[in-house]
Write a protein that binds this ligand. Structure first.
Ligand SMILES: Cc1ncc(COP(=O)(O)O)c(C=O)c1O
Length: 392
């Protein structure tokens, strides 16, 4: 058994990030400024878009995008139930109703489920690229175009991920005549991190301008420019915006994490391949479904338990892993099952059979670039040992 605890995730931060943060601190410019501008430009080039807006979380970015699209009380927004609560919370913050839809066996929402949930009150669609693998975007964009609906993509897990060879959030992927914003997360566990942080990309200049307003108090000019030698004190508030801008301290980390991202992804993919090969022969578990037309960046490695072949449930399986010094997590508790959503909107258990079934079966195994191969082997050994002790 392992001597030390292996967490489910750890950030990989090097001396370059530390030196750049120190440089921000010494520069006298700690909030949004030149490093944030550089980070936006570099991320825009990496993704392949002209318009990138740095914000202080993915949650803030989703909220800004929906606000800029004019979502308001009485509106409905379509959200998969197998997601983190914030995808739905931001809809509620605007007084609108999150209309949950089920996911497929690959954990991603389907165009068919989205189309079936559209009503005259639907004002936006929020697909989630679960675990770092893209949804079937051709089909989802086609539904959006047919119903003239904007798409706000929750790409919290999916920076660097691609669909049909085009990066999520790129202009090439989304020039289909629909309004689209794609929002990434740089939270501590994500494939690259700024501590807390996020980035919105779009190919829609009008939407980008409105989002930039909402990100900083609704002020008609960038606040940071007011304090440069070229700036002036005057501004006008044109919408009641938020305080969601990214600081240069965060961007200092982001600039270097972005440079390392492809390397991080390659390590994640290599370890996911080792997990796949180890688990694919076991009847007690199932490996994640991957689509050959997409590049899965493996933010998560989600193992499914075949509960009929085991004498323990998923929670007990996680406890058994913990007893062997291996961390694990669950992504996600379907949002419609949380008390607020159940009590406020009347959602009931039983309404989303695939998500609810998956919820009983899933656990996310440790996967991060700082792991060494023997860590991966420790996880494999622990899973094998638990199965050997608790199978039918
Ligand atoms: C699917 C999903 N959406 C949104 C978020 C929110 O991201 P952030 O913490 O950057 O606000 C997360 C996770 O943290 C997530 O997993």
């Amino acid at each position: 058994m392992r001597k030390t605890f292996l967490p489910f995730s750890l950030p990989t931060i090097g001396e370059e990030e530390i030196a750049e943060v120190v440089d921000a601190l010494r520069s006298g410019w700690v909030t949004t400024g030149p490093k944030t501008k550089r980070f936006e430009e570099q991320l825009a080039a990496y993704v392949g878009t002209g318009l990138a807006l740095a914000v202080n979380s993915c949650t803030a970015g989703l909220h800004i995008a929906l606000s800029a699209l004019g979502i308001r009380p009485g509106d409905e927004v379509i959200v998969p139930t197998l997601t983190f609560c914030s995808t739905a919370n931001v809809v509620v913050h605007l007084g609108a109703r999150p209309v949950f839809v089920d996911v497929g066996e690959d954990f991603n929402v389907t165009a068919g489920a989205i189309e079936a949930a559209i009503t005259p009150r639907t004002k936006a669609i929020m697909p989630v690229h679960f675990g770092g693998q893209s949804c079937d975007l051709d089909k989802i964009y086609a539904v959006a175009a047919a119903h003239n609906l904007p798409v706000v993509e929750d790409a919290a897990h999916a920076i660097g991920s691609s669909y049909h060879g085009m990066k999520l959030g790129s202009d090439a992927l989304s020039s289909r005549g629909i309004r689209r914003a794609t929002v990434f997360s740089f939270y501590a566990t994500k494939n690259m991190t700024t501590g807390e942080g996020g980035m919105i990309t779009t190919d829609d200049q009008d939407l980008a301008d409105r989002m930039r307003l909402y990100a900083l108090h609704g002020m008609s000019r960038d606040a940071w420019k007011r304090y440069t030698s070229a700036g002036s004190w005057f501004y006008e508030v044109v919408v009641p915006g938020y305080k969601d801008n990214m600081t240069d301290i965060q961007s200092a980390m982001g600039i270097h994490q972005l440079r390392k991202l492809d390397g991080f992804i390659a390590t994640r993919q290599r370890y996911a391949g080792i997990y796949d090969r180890a688990f694919s022969g076991l009847a007690e578990v199932a490996t994640p479904i991957v689509h050959p037309d997409r590049n899965n960046v493996y933010h998560l490695y989600v193992l499914r338990l075949n509960l009929e072949k085991l004498t323990i449930d998923r929670s007990q399986f996680i406890e058994e892993l913990r007893a062997r010094n291996i961390g694990a997590s669950v992504h996600f508790i379907p949002v419609h099952m949380h008390p607020f959503y159940r009590d406020t909107f009347g959602y009931r258990k039983g309404s989303y059979p695939v998500s609810e079934k998956l919820y009983e079966q899933i656990l996310s195994l440790p996967l991060f670039p700082g792991m060494i191969e023997s860590d991966v082997q420790d996880v494999i050994a622990a899973v094998g040992d638990i199965i050997a002790q608790h199978n039918h």
